[in-house]
Design a protein around this ligand. Sequence first.
Ligand code: FAD
Length: 372
Amino acid sequence: MNIAVIGAGIVGLATARAAAMAGHKVSVFERSSRALGASVRNFGMFWPLGQSGANFQLALRSASAWKQIASDTGLWLQQHGALLPAYEVSEQELMHEFIETKSRQDGYQLQWLSAAEALAFSPMLQANGLCGALHSQTEMLINPREAIPQVQNWIASKYQVNFHFSTPVVSVAGHQLLTASGATHHFDHVFVCSGADFEWLFPEEHRASGIQICKLQMMRTAPVKQHLGLPVVGPLSLAFYDAFATCKSWQPLRQQMEAKYPAYFQHGIHVMAAQHHDGSITIGDSHQYAQELGPFDEVLIRKLILDYLGGLLQIPDMQIAETWQGVYAKIPGKSALISSVNPITTIVNALGGSGMTLSFALAEDVVADVLA
Ligand SMILES: Cc1cc2nc3c(=O)[nH]c(=O)nc-3n(C[C@H](O)[C@H](O)[C@H](O)COP(=O)(O)OP(=O)(O)OC[C@H]3O[C@@H](n4cnc5c(N)ncnc54)[C@H](O)[C@@H]3O)c2cc1C
């Protein structure tokens, strides 16, 4: 079949890969000259630990795709996991409970590290008050700014996927796709993977799903000579990820954190830091949901992130080199939007903060289902 994919973010690329692997002829349409959306603005954290339920296994399946692409292309992929340091006894207790519960389930690779062991893994951790850390070995790190073009080139050469850049699609009617220049293309099936730009194609269908946009403020340091070691996920994240909510000690910990950090909860801030191979450290983030989001960054949010980071890491001579905002689509309480607009058009969107982690396996399942 002739397949069109709209959007060259990670969801569009993963869908194109899955369709091409299934033997279809695939064309990708991207309105910008290269992918510039959420897929190049994130940490590059491959993060199964943050996934709940069946999505954990979906993430592990996606890991194989990233490893294969890295082995085929030389894409930089750090595979040593991630560290969640604990500075309060209540945080440590939750992590122990999490390790105890999850270690009985397939695929988790969790261990508790003493403070000294955690510092050996990640020498920039603040030693003062450190109780220890949860080390999860399933996490990986890529550099999204390089990885997305590498994945795109790999799909183009390995599966002969055709890319049309600087080509906004303005409508899809039946088998016909119309671009802004007035060109029409005929396809057997169209996948709409437009990310946060969902207002342009099938806006009603997107809106009916309860989809929202979320703005995240991010920053990146100038290259730092010292090694962070592993990506570090601050304890505040324990309160925000559903994966931890199944623990008995989660509710009291969340209440305690909300009372201690009201401004952080107001702005949806939980702090992570990941060092890429050029030495720069990507730091974030905040989460602001709305129907329409302003383009302006708040200095207060940046300050809150950096204040919290200061209690977590000691980054020598830290200089912020870049700040930006990322926007993703998300349906509260759902991990993705998979919707058949009609028998020949499918929306794949709203992977929220997990697109780099889930897209490859999710797209394989969607394509197998829809193009069966
Ligand atoms: C700051 C931030 C940090 C994150 N951190 C992580 C992380 O560490 N780990 C993780 O797993 N996930 C993370 N995420 C989530 C992840 O980045 C997203 O889930 C994912 O990138 C969404 O991919 P997408 O393809 O749906 O959207 P996008 O990457 O935004 O791609 C959509 C593409 O569609 C194109 N498009 C839209 N409409 C049209 C049209 N009409 N015609 C042609 N092209 C069109 C757009 O130009 C765009 O390139 C993060 C997200 C953000 C914003």
